[in-house]
Structures are given as C-alpha cells and as structure tokens.
Design a protein around this ligand. Sequence first.
Ligand SMILES: Nc1ncnc2c1ncn2[C@@H]1O[C@H](COP(=O)(O)OP(=O)(O)OP(=O)(O)O)[C@@H](O)[C@H]1O
Ligand SMILES: [Mg+2]
Length: 267
Amino acid sequence: MAGNANQVCSMGTLINLQNVGKTYITGSVANEVLKNVNLTIDEGEMVVILGPSGSGKSTLLNMLGGLDSASCGTITFGEKTVTELDDSRLSDFRAEDVGIVFQFYNLIPTLTAAENVALMSELGVEIMDPMEALKLVGLAGYENKFPSQMSGGQQQRVGIARALVVDPEIVFADEPTGNLDSNTTLEVLKLMQKIVHEKNQTMVMVTHDNYLASFGDKVIHIRDGKIIGIDEHPGGRTELNENEITDMYPGGTLAVPGEEITPYENA
Ligand SMILES: Nc1ncnc2c1ncn2[C@@H]1O[C@H](COP(=O)(O)OP(=O)(O)OP(=O)(O)O)[C@@H](O)[C@H]1O
Ligand SMILES: [Mg+2]
C-alpha cells in the first residue's frame, strides 16, 4: 500500500504524500531533513511514525498537519491539495480538520478541564459539547477540575479531548506519552487506540519507542529523513501482558525483539 507517484487514491485514502521533501536552510548550509517521502494514510487508521531522535518524525508530522510547508512534492488531504493552499485556507485547515495532542499537554493552568477543552470555540471554531468530549476520554465529572488537580494521565486525556472536540478529520500526536510513567503511558495509548477503533478516528502518532509503535495499524519507520519500511498490522496490538509490561517497559526504554522491517519500494 505504500504510495507511488502514479497512485490513484482508493476510497479510504485520507492523505497522500508524493515525493515530499523538506530542506532547512541555515545561513549558507542546506540541511535536507526529509527526502522523497511517499505514503498514504487511510481513514480510521492509527498510524505510527517511528524513528530515532533527529530522524525527521516531527518534521513529517508538521508537514502532514499543515504546520510547516514542504520544500517539494505534493500532499493531498481528501479533496484538498495542502501544498497549494494559501495562508488563510491553510489556517482554516489547521483549525477545522486537524486536532493536535502535545507531549506536555499545553493546558492553561487557570482554566478548568471543560474550559481547556472548549478553548477552540473562543477562536470561532465550531466544537462539540466539551462534556461529551470529556466523557469520551473517561473524564466525566472532571469538568470543573483545574490541571493542577489532575494526574499527568488525566491531563493528557484532557489534551486528547481538546483535540477531539473540533471533530477533526485527523488527530496528530507527537510523543503524546513522552511525559508519562509506564503504566499511564499504556493507559493513554489504549485510550487513543480505542477512539480510533470505535470512532473510526484517523490518528497519527510519533514515537521513538518500538513497543508503543506496536499498537498502531501501520508503522512508518523513518531514518535520516527517509522512510525505510512500512509495517501493516491492522488492529494493532491490543492485548497487554502484565509480565511483558514489567519486562519490556521497566521505566523508559523498550524494544520488541525480532522486529521486522518491510523493505520500502521507494526508499
Ligand atoms: N526549524 C529548523 N531549522 C533547521 N533544522 C531543523 C529545524 N527543525 C528541525 N531541524 C532539523 O531536522 C532534523 C529532524 O528534526 P525533527 O525534529 O523532525 O526530528 P525528530 O525525529 O522529531 O527528533 P526527536 O525525536 O528528537 O523529536 C534534525 O536534524 C533537526 O536538527
Ligand atoms: Mg520530534
């Protein structure tokens, strides 16, 4: 299913990248951080971008969400060609079609959970009932709590509710569990997976962690700005084995032994 330049979008394709590249220019030095990226993201998929620090994960996510511009190539999102949108349309796209979950939650400390979730409506964006969004992430009854009165996992669930409240076409999450302990990480990850599977919500998550990546339906392996493999396992990992958590996630570094990388045709 990896994309190629002549690919015709199938019914379920939400995003298509063709020959996308990004070069940052600092002074007289050009740094090519994304090279010839071709991929498709289907509706209702949990896609994981997996790679080491500096490999270009956040850069790729920012391209997908219209937060940064591509230096070359084409990105289509449904009927829209993101790489051709002017600034005003791009800002509508970011506000209405995209939900973002941040590593450090980015909640406003002086606002309650419900007020944090409703924040986008202050910018004139149409949102669903914030209480419904909080219910969806298992925080019914927490609407009047302030961030300081909630655990890290609960705060991140508010962050997820805030991303979902605009009923986005897609949710992007850059290391959403990077600030959480191991058990809370798994709880938040399973919640995200449940939302994808039950609401058919398309989601793209960035991580450097093999084990967390195994919860995705599709894993995009990236190294030095290039896609080196795409694994597809629809449904992702759903079962958690307590011993496995203790053995494989003793507080930070995880690895899945024998992980296989599928050769990628356009790498
Ligand atoms: N605004 C920028 N200007 C110049 N270089 C940049 C800029 N943003 C990122 N880079 C470079 O692009 C490369 C990829 O960065 P990116 O942030 O995408 O990596 P990453 O995979 O998200 O890493 P991490 O896991 O540490 O977050 C790095 O070498 C980085 O230094
Ligand atoms: Mg990053």
